[in-house]
Design a protein around this ligand. Structure first.
Ligand code: FRU
Length: 478
């Protein structure tokens, strides 16, 4: 197993890795007790951003940023998944591979849109020159119904716009009326982060620059990654990753935040949010980034998040894999607030009610606490490792504490997260536990707190104080 990832190793062409090396990683992973039962995880290596989330050929399509040869941010490709129900996913392995003159140093993040009988993929091709200077371009590719990919041999957008740096990536393609638009994350030469909008009459181009997206008056830090616009009840929702955003604009605890802004309406002429909300955290937990979503043909606004963060090591790295995806979530707006709700299809995971203190590693724990009480819910292993959730309905506070939940990691960013909810009110929550990942949905998805834990123990027990708890075991799919 490689433990020191030099640049050379990270960028070694895929064809130079032997089958044997992949087999060794697979063998190592087969012994892991940190693998997940119903969350999308990489078969080997590192998974990061969701890409190309779409509905095509009567199936859900989803891809992930992948480096298959170890838990490192190396030469990235897109790995391909399909599903009939947004819950059971089939991993078809590498799909969009890096390597030509338009993406030699990585097939970076992007999106997908069905056009006639094909799926159009738009992604960032990264190319480094002999001085290791990055030349990002936005590339296109067609995927047919047999899942064959044909790359388009000239870039759709060959270089960053004047005044912007080589941090220019993650195109999200959308169609409005007869025009295609794409949102691209960028960093201006003055080191501010923005979302650039391009437009084209056809997906293949010609693509021309339109404007910067107007969604806030705040300074969004030095770079915006993974911008995504969705519409919920006709209101625009921007999900984005403003790197380096000031704590005075957005209070966050992670290395980089995944943020959201909601508008009252959207002006397609000027690409402006009308009456945008303040910038808030999409997830109040430890490990969510690069969430991608789209407006599905069934009318729902669906998202999926990377559970993992840039520049962060995870204990599973030494086993040759890292990170996972969240459950697929549906966005709704109620009382001007964004709700994230695990899609209803997840009910298919439910197996049976658990009455014992011991739970299975795949369990959904639903709990309620009355108004003006204090209590807690603790998930413990046989080694006394614990994930604690402390509730206070007098003051409307929820604290999630992973300090002693197992092998520690990312401790520089704190080991607790807390949120405020209405004081003097009951709290209802659903905790989806899947061995080493948890997603806590508070008050029907009003707030979400997501995170990883890496216990050494293998058995889980639930203890609670002043809280009514219902537990159901969930299917282990993977
Ligand atoms: C976000 C990101 C994207 C980029 C991709 C590379 O996590 O840095 O901006 O396209 O990951 O894997």
């Amino acid at each position: 197993m490689i433990t020191k990832w030099t640049t050379e190793l990270r960028y070694k062409p895929y064809q130079e890795w032997s089958d044997q090396e992949l087999i060794e990683i697979k063998n190592k992973i087969a012994q892991s007790h940190w693998r997940l039962g119903y969350h999308i995880q990489p078969s080997t290596g590192l998974l990061n951003d969701p890409n190309g989330f779409s509905y095509f050929n009567n199936q859900w399509y989803l891809f992930y940023q992948s480096f298959p040869y170890g838990a490192a941010h190396g030469l990235k490709s897109w790995a391909h998944l399909t599903s009939d129900d947004l819950v059971h996913w089939q991993d078809h392995g590498p799909a969009l591979l890096p390597g030509n003159t338009q993406d030699s140093h990585g097939a970076y993040s992007g999106s997908a849109i069905p056009v006639d009988d094909k799926l159009f993929l738009m992604y960032t091709g990264n190319v480094r020159d002999e001085n290791w200077i990055r030349h990002p371009m936005q590339d296109g590719a067609w995927m047919d119904k047999d899942n064959h990919i044909q790359k388009i041999s000239t870039p759709l957008i060959a270089e960053p716009k004047n005044g912007y740096t080589d941090h220019f990536r993650d195109p999200q393609i959308i169609k409005h009326e007869d025009t295609y638009y794409c949102l691209i994350g960028g960093r201006r030469k003055d080191d501010t982060g923005h979302v650039l909008v391009y437009q084209a009459p056809e997906v293949t181009g010609p693509w021309s620059y339109k404007t910067e997206l107007k969604f806030t008056d705040e300074n969004c830090g030095y770079m915006i990654e993974c911008p995504n616009i969705l519409f919920v009840n006709n209101r625009p929702v921007l999900i984005f990753c403003p790197q380096g955003i000031g704590q005075d604009v957005l209070q966050y605890s992670n290395v980089f935040p995944n943020a959201v802004v909601i508008g009252e309406d959207f002006d397609w002429e000027t690409f402006s949010f009308i009456n945008p909300s303040a910038i808030t955290n999409l997830d109040e937990g430890f490990d969510v980034y690069a969430t991608q979503g789209f407006n599905a043909p069934d009318g729902r606004a669906l998202t999926v998040s990377w559970i993992g963060l840039p520049d962060t090591s995870y204990p599973s790295d030494e086993e040759g894999w890292a990170n996972c995806f969240s459950l697929v979530k549906e966005l709704q707006i109620k009382n001007n607030h964004l709700y994230q709700i695990p899609v209803v299809e997840n009910n298919k995971l439910v197996k049976q009610t658990l009455n014992s203190k011991e739970i299975t590693p795949q369990t959904k724990i639903s709990f309620n606490m009355g108004a003006n009480l204090a209590g807690s819910l603790t998930i413990k292993t046989e080694l006394e490792e614990e994930l604690q959730i402390i509730l206070d309905t007098t003051n409307g506070k929820i604290l999630v504490d992973r300090t002693n939940a197992g092998v520690s990691f990312a401790t520089d960013f704190g080991t607790t997260r807390s949120i405020k909810v209405d004081s003097g009110k009951t709290i209802q929550a659903d905790l989806y536990l899947d061995n080493t990942v948890f997603e806590l949905y508070v008050n029907g998805g009003q707030e979400v707190i997501t995170g990883r834990i890496f216990p050494q123990g293998k058995r889980f027990f639930v203890e609670s104080e002043n809280i009514a708890v219902k537990k159901v075991s969930l299917n282990k799919i993977y």
